[in-house]
Each structure stands twice: as structure tokens, then as C-alpha cells.
Write a protein that binds this ligand. Structure first.
Ligand code: HEC
Length: 194
């Protein structure tokens, strides 16, 4: 290839790349400012998110009552991912949880969630946000730390020794400790088809 052609090719590539980046930019909206055409998919996403949150809370309550925090760790490990996949297939909406301080690496943020996770320490999300994705709509909302969460996500004074051992064994890279009540623990998210 002659040098001028190579230069042209480089320019063309640059243009294509810029266009892709510009078109690929995701638009986001506060929940109460979404365009009308997103109302149905956002409502579908929220129904599934509510179901996930309610089922997780109920299962956690049961497990804590039955086996205390040590017993409940195993329940969380086994049941949390299963509850999310059940809700996803039932509602036809992908759902999950993520965090800026992850316990389970399998909950790592999808690309569109990274800005929210990245801003968690400086500008934590306070309300529900909607992101337009390719053929889908993404919905994300904050999960706050409650008192009962501290048994497994608090500091070393809140987590019993046997629970700490179990957590460390199951999640050697656990970063989801040291939280206080009311702090942002992570995010609940859903992706619904448009
Ligand atoms: C009995 C221990 C226990 C309690 C109590 C507990 N969690 Fe967890 N949490 C876990 C375990 C284990 C995981 C990893 C399982 C998974 O979701 O994959 C986890 C994962 C999470 C995640 C997913 C992100 C990540 O870091 O992997 C969030 C968000 C979360 N917990 C929030 C909470 C909140 C909010 C509460 C209180 C309502 C709470 N947890 C109470 C044990 C607990």
C-alpha cells in the first residue's frame, strides 16, 4: 500500500471509530423524566426488580431465623444467584445486583453499570436511573445497608468470628465488609427488551 493510501485508510478508520463512539453513547434519564416510549419496558424492569428484592429479603429473613448468620451465608451463596435467574426467566428481564465493593466476582457490573459503580464513593446514586441500551432499556437503583446486613457486611465488631471465617473461605477476595447502616451497599439492576 502506498503511503497516501495508508494515510487515507487511517483517516477513514478514525472517522468510523468516532462515529461508532458517538452513536454508542448511552442516554440516561432520571426515572421521572423518561420519554413516553420507554414507559412500558421500564415498568417491566421495575416489576422484576421488585420481585428480586422481595424474594431475596424474604429468603434472607427465613435463613437468619433458621440458622443465624453462619447458616444464612450458605443460603445467600446458593440461593441469591438462583433467585435472580428464576426472576429473569419468569419476567423475561435480566436482573441482578452489583457493587463498588464486591463480595462475589460473578456480580461484576455490566459495561453500562460501570459509571454508576465508579461514582459510588464520590456521587452515589440516590434514585432510580434509566439508561437506553441497544434494543433494551437498563434500570438501576441503589441498595442501602440496613442494620441486619451488618452481620455479614459490617466491620469486624459486627461480624461473628465463625461468619468471618466462612465468608473468607467462600470469597477470598471479599470487599463487601466495613459498611455502616444507611450507606450505599450496591445496586439492583435490570435490562428489559424494548
Ligand atoms: C448471612 C450473611 C449475609 C447477610 C445478612 C447479607 N448478605 Fe449480602 N451477601 C452475602 C453473600 C454470601 C453474598 C454473595 C452471594 C451472591 O449474591 O452472589 C452477598 C452479596 C450481596 C450483594 C451482591 C453484590 C456483591 O457484593 O457480590 C449485595 C448488593 C448485598 N449482598 C447486599 C446485602 C444487603 C443490602 C443486606 C441486608 C438487607 C445483605 N446483603 C445481607 C451475605 C449476606
Amino acid at each position: 500500500m502506498t503511503p497516501p493510501r495508508r494515510a487515507l485508510l487511517a483517516i477513514a478508520t478514525l472517522f468510523a471509530l468516532t462515529a461508532t463512539l458517538a452513536c454508542g453513547r448511552e442516554r440516561s434519564y432520571a426515572r421521572d423524566a423518561i420519554p413516553a416510549e420507554l414507559a412500558t419496558p421500564v415498568a417491566n424492569a421495575e416489576v422484576a426488580m421488585d420481585a428480586l428484592q422481595q424474594r431475596l429479603a424474604a429468603r434472607l429473613g427465613e435463613a437468619l431465623a433458621q440458622g443465624g448468620p453462619a447458616g444464612a451465608v450458605t443460603v445467600c451463596t446458593d440461593d441469591a444467584p438462583k433467585i435472580a435467574s428464576d426472576v429473569a426467566s419468569e419476567f423475561g428481564v435480566a436482573v441482578g445486583r452489583t457493587s463498588h465493593k464486591l463480595r462475589n466476582g460473578a456480580n461484576a457490573p455490566r459495561p453500562w453499570l460501570k459509571p454508576f459503580v465508579g461514582a459510588a464513593m464520590t456521587e452515589p446514586l440516590t434514585g432510580t436511573t434509566v439508561v437506553e441500551l441497544e434494543g433494551k432499556v437498563g434500570v438501576v437503583r441503589p441498595i442501602l445497608t440496613q442494620a441486619r446486613c451488618l452481620q455479614c457486611h459490617g466491620d469486624s465488631t459486627a461480624i461473628a468470628a465463625d461468619v468471618a471465617v466462612l465468608l473468607h473461605r467462600t470469597y477470598p477476595e471479599d470487599r463487601a465488609v466495613g459498611f455502616t447502616e444507611g450507606q450505599l451497599r450496591g445496586f439492583l439492576w435490570a435490562e428489559a427488551p424494548r
